[in-house]
Design a protein. Structure first.
Length: 91
């Protein structure tokens, strides 16, 4: 299966893993990104290891595309799912 492309950027599993590491470095505490965790506007989470991550933010980190330039949701979730990651409804 080919790797997903989002707005001209190829998304690979390695790029996702690097973005997750970068996110953990920026927000080492689970509660550090509390606005996302508490917001009802965000419905999904990328689950990896023992943490939840905001899929749209992670995709933005990978592509360099501003969060304001695309909506998250199903299209974003499918990118991660195609690469073998688990996306769930945010608790």
């Amino acid at each position: 299966m080919s790797e997903p492309i989002f707005k001209g950027v190829t998304i690979t599993r390695d790029k996702v893993l690097r973005a997750l590491e970068d996110f953990r470095a920026l927000y080492p505490d689970d509660n550090a990104y509390e606005a996302w965790r508490e917001s009802e506007n965000y419905k999904y989470a990328l689950e990896f290891g023992d943490r939840l991550y905001p899929p749209k933010y992670i995709l933005s980190m990978i592509t360099g595309i501003s969060l304001k330039e695309f909506s998250g949701g199903e299209q974003t979730n499918q990118i991660f799912q195609r690469l073998g990651f688990r996306v769930t409804k945010k608790p």
